[in-house]
Design a protein around this ligand. Sequence first.
Ligand SMILES: [Zn+2]
Length: 158
Amino acid sequence: MPDSSLMLKLCNELDISVNELLSGEVIEKANYNKKAEQNLLGLAKLEEIQNKKMMMYEMVIGSLSTISFLALMFTLSLPTMKTMVRIIIFILAFLILILGISFALKIETETGYYECKKCHNKYVPKYLQVYFAMHCGTTRYLKCPKCHKRSWNKKIYY
Ligand SMILES: [Zn+2]
C-alpha cells in the first residue's frame, strides 16, 4: 500500500482511479460502486484494528508508569536511604508518572473521537483540553466546539 499522500499522484500517473489502486485491478463500470464500498469497509476495519492497538498501548503505558511511580514511592519508606538519594527517587517517580500519563493522553486524544451529549456533534478535542478535563474512565467533561456546551462526552473509538 503506497503512502496516502502519494496515492493521487500515482493514480494520475497510471491513469487509474484510487478505487482501482486500492482494489489492485481495473474495475468494470458495473462493479465500480460495489468495489468502492468494499474498499471503504476495508479501510474502516483497518482503522478499527489500529485504534484497538493504540488503546492497548495507552493502557500498558498508563499502567506501567503508575506502577513504577507507586513502586518508587514505596522505596522512599526504606529507613536506611540517604536524603540525596531520596530526593532523586522522589523527582524520578514524578517524572515517570507525568511522562507516562502525558504520553497515554496523547494517544487517547489522537485515537477515535468524542461525541457531544447535547448536540451529538462528533469531534476530536485539543490535547490540552483532554489533559485537564475531569474524567471517569474514558468519559470526559468537555466543551463541545459546535454548541459550546459542557457535558460528559463519551470516547468512541470507531
Ligand atoms: Zn455540542
